[in-house]
Every structure is written in structure tokens, then in C-alpha cells.
Design a protein around this ligand. Structure first.
Ligand SMILES: [Zn+2]
Length: 280
């Protein structure tokens, strides 16, 4: 499973990568190289039926998995990023956005929905890595702020599912401001004693890890997800030392006290329901 792919030397975010879950009849697992059918994979919550590897999926797959059937509604769909800095790296940000709209079924790196989980209300904001590496720009920050406001207004819990390469560098300092903005909004939720659950999935890195992803009342992760601030290669080159085995995996973070638990995807819906019963 690739993370960021370096196309050329220099600072860049590669946005060309294969589709997360391929179409077709067969699925070949990146982890164990075994083949299953797509039907088997879907029925197994997009976990490899042979080795339990959690395949990267998008926001809508999580919504279908979490919410009671037909109860959720997508929100804030009219919010769209635009290139207010006229920023160009390898290509203009404007073109990057147009490419992302064309390739994706979602209109941003995060999608918000509100619905019911075993008849209890929940707001979910889920990130899509396929949209410019799940990067956090102004619209991602604004959608999280609005999702938080909605949870406050309805007095129901908030779940954020992170899958991100970090802040969106094409929005420069404006993307960094989202760290403060999202953190401030979540403080309001905490003051109102409304639960915030943070689910970290592969990969959760950079500015997202440095803000909302680690601020949950409960922080939990899918098995074997890459979670960190800087990537392992950058750290290794900086400290000039080998990193411990399993560094920056969910299991390593759990052992070192950064996570509350690790949750297999097939347990997600029932666990959320239990937590909502327990905390309400
Ligand atoms: Zn496998």
C-alpha cells in the first residue's frame, strides 16, 4: 500500500494514485497478495477475507456501514474550495481542484452526514484520501466547524474519521489556520459535554494528527494504520537513527498511550452504539 508517491524530487504532494477500491469482480490484497471476489470483500466490511487487512475506503462506504439504512443525509455540499492565492506548484491549484472533482464522487476531502445509529443520532465527518491526499484546506476546516455546530445544536455526538496526508499546502497559511479553528470548535463541544469520537485510519498524518484527530474524548484506530506527524522516512533522515519496529502503527501508538483502543471495522457500528448508550 503506497502512501505519498514521489514523482520527482522536491516538495510535492502526489495526487495521482490508483483508485482506493478497484471496480471489477476480483480483488487482490496488497498485504497478503491473495485473491478474493469483490463481493466477499464488500461483505467483509472491505477487510481482506484472507488476512483481515483493512482496505482504504471512502466516506460513503463508512456512512453505509455506520448508519441505519436510509437514515443519513449529507450536509454542506455547496461548500467548495477555490484557488484564492493563485497558487502554483507543479500545476496550478485551480487545475488540481478541477482534476479532483473529475476523478472523485465527492466534492472535498471531507464529507459530513447526519443520521441514526441503532436509532440514536450521530454526526459523522469522514475524510476521502482520494481527494488531494485527504488534505485539510479551508473547506475541510469549515465543514468540521459546521459539523461540530450541528452536534452542539442537536446535542448528539460527533465522529470524525481521519484519513489524511496533512494540511493542504496549496492554501499555505490558511490551511494551517484550520488547526486552530477545528480545535477551538471542538473545545466548545467538550464544554457542552457532548462526546467527540475520533477514528484514525490509514494514513492519518501531518496537520490532522496535530489537531482534531488526537482531540477525541476517545481516540481509536483501525488496525495497522500509519499514524504520525512527519512520515517515518523524514524522521529517520532527521535523527539519523533506525526507528523501532512497527513505529507509527496503530498498535505502536496504543502501546505508548496515544490511543484508547484499536477497532476492527466490522465492530465499528456496534461499538459506536455501545459508546453512545454509555456516554449519553
Ligand atoms: Zn490480505
Amino acid at each position: 500500500m503506497g502512501w505519498f508517491k514521489r514523482l520527482k524530487e522536491g516538495i510535492q504532494t502526489a495526487t495521482k494514485h490508483k483508485k482506493e477500491v478497484p471496480d471489477g469482480v476480483w480483488f487482490k490484497c496488497d498485504a497478503c497478495k491473495e485473491t478474493s471476489t469483490m463481493k466477499e470483500l464488500k461483505e467483509n466490511f472491505f477487510m481482506c477475507p484472507k488476512c483481515h487487512y483493512h482496505v482504504r475506503i471512502g466516506s460513503h462506504d463508512y456512512f453505509d456501514m455506520i448508519f441505519d439504512e436510509g437514515t443519513y443525509e449529507e450536509l454542506f455540499l455547496t461548500l467548495k474550495s477555490y484557488d484564492f492565492l493563485e497558487f502554483t506548484d507543479l500545476k496550478p491549484y485551480k487545475v488540481r481542484l478541477e482534476d479532483a472533482y473529475e476523478k472523485n464522487q465527492v466534492s472535498e476531502a471531507i464529507t459530513v452526514a447526519c443520521g441514526k445509529v441503532m436509532e440514536k443520532g450521530l454526526v459523522v465527518a469522514a475524510m476521502d484520501f482520494s481527494f488531494i491526499g485527504g488534505s485539510m484546506g479551508s473547506v475541510v476546516g469549515e465543514k468540521i466547524a459546521r459539523a461540530t455546530e450541528l452536534a452542539l445544536k442537536k446535542k448528539i455526538p460527533l465522529l470524525i474519521i481521519s484519513r489524511s496526508g496533512g494540511a493542504r499546502m496549496q492554501e499555505s497559511a490558511f490551511s494551517l489556520m484550520q488547526l486552530a479553528k477545528t480545535s477551538a470548535m471542538l473545545t466548545k463541544l467538550a464544554k457542552a459535554k457532548i462526546p467527540f469520537f475520533s477514528l484514525l485510519t490509514d494514513p492519518t498524518t501531518g496537520g490532522v494528527t496535530a489537531s482534531f484527530s488526537m482531540l477525541g474524548d476517545l481516540n481509536f484506530a483501525e488496525p495497522n494504520a500509519l499514524i504520525g506527524f512527519a512520515g517515518p522516512r523524514v524522521i529517520k533522515e532527521t535523527i539519523k537513527k533506525d526507528l523501532p519496529e512497527g513505529f507509527q502503527t496503530s498498535e505502536f501508538l496504543l502501546e505508548h498511550g496515544f490511543l484508547d483502543f484499536i477497532l476492527s471495522r466490522d465492530q465499528l457500528r456496534s461499538k459506536l452504539s455501545d459508546l453512545m448508550d454509555y456516554l449519553s
